[in-house]
Design a protein around this ligand. Sequence first.
Ligand code: PLP
Length: 340
Amino acid sequence: MSSSNATVTRQELCEKIGQLPQVDIGHFPTPLEECPRLSEVLGGPRIFMKREDCSGLAFGGNKVRQLTFTIGEAVHQGADTIVHGAASQSNHCRQAAAAAARLGLRCYLRLSRDDKSMPQGNLLLDHLAGAEIELVDAFLGPKLDAIKYALAEELKAEGLKPYVIASPRSTALAAVAFAWCVAEIHKQQEAMQIQADRIYAASAGGTLAGLILGSKSLGMKLKPVGIAPIDWDDRIERVRKAGNEAARILDLDIEITDDAVCCTNAYVGEAYGVVSPESVEAIRLVARTEGIFLDPVYTSKAMAGLIDHIRRGEIASNETVIFLHTGGTPALFAYDEELL
Ligand SMILES: Cc1ncc(COP(=O)(O)O)c(C=O)c1O
């Protein structure tokens, strides 16, 4: 299944990735499973699901793969403390708290005070994993990052060795992680004798960047489609930059251009973190056909995008599609009112 367009073989790509500092915190490879009942109901293509939600640590999800490298870098640099922050129901923060607990590191989280900051879902799990948590009046972005870096300075003054998880480094390492995920898919496809045409993922960042980098470097026909969970105007640039930075980290002779980045914001709905009628339909449909739960913030919107593309005839019924289930399911328990 190797192609003449490949820049590297799968083994070479895996060797390059294997040379980076990393920690063993997840269950990899994650399964690649067919969803025949979902395909049948949609009257559409063959659908497979890459189960990143089964990546093991703390209910799984795409951030386990990413933290393999960010926390790997932290440990390599001698850090004893992880500083992170995002929305109050952040999956990334929940998994950072769990990874830190598992590795014997301290974890400080600065989470946005929002309408989901009750101790349920991910926030409940952050507390159980022993993170030191403070709610702050700042949304994702430069203001929250400034709070994280200021905290790191205070912790340094107390004699700790903090590592701050933040973009752009964290996003580039996510792209490395998802290039690795593509290498897994490449191997699984060979064993299953399939060659998917497209891969759908909830991402406007490192996950999508890694899928693009991985499929391009291995010369696969797999076309990554990102369904943005948040309305970021600069999403194409963010993905391109993360992919190119990951290519540099891995010493891959690849240049990702804007036209290689397919990322739509058409399924965000009212706002980030707010369910839409289509995302609720997607959660119910996948649960009732395959017994698999999507999450309310990310994967349900990506699935709403895939369903809409199938219904509009943008994907032919003889195609094969992989849906990357990026996890996030603990947030379901903070959305009971919207989902019932
Ligand atoms: C469950 C889940 N899916 C998808 C994403 C999006 O990942 P990316 O950082 O690649 O946009 C996240 C990130 O927060 C997430 O938690």
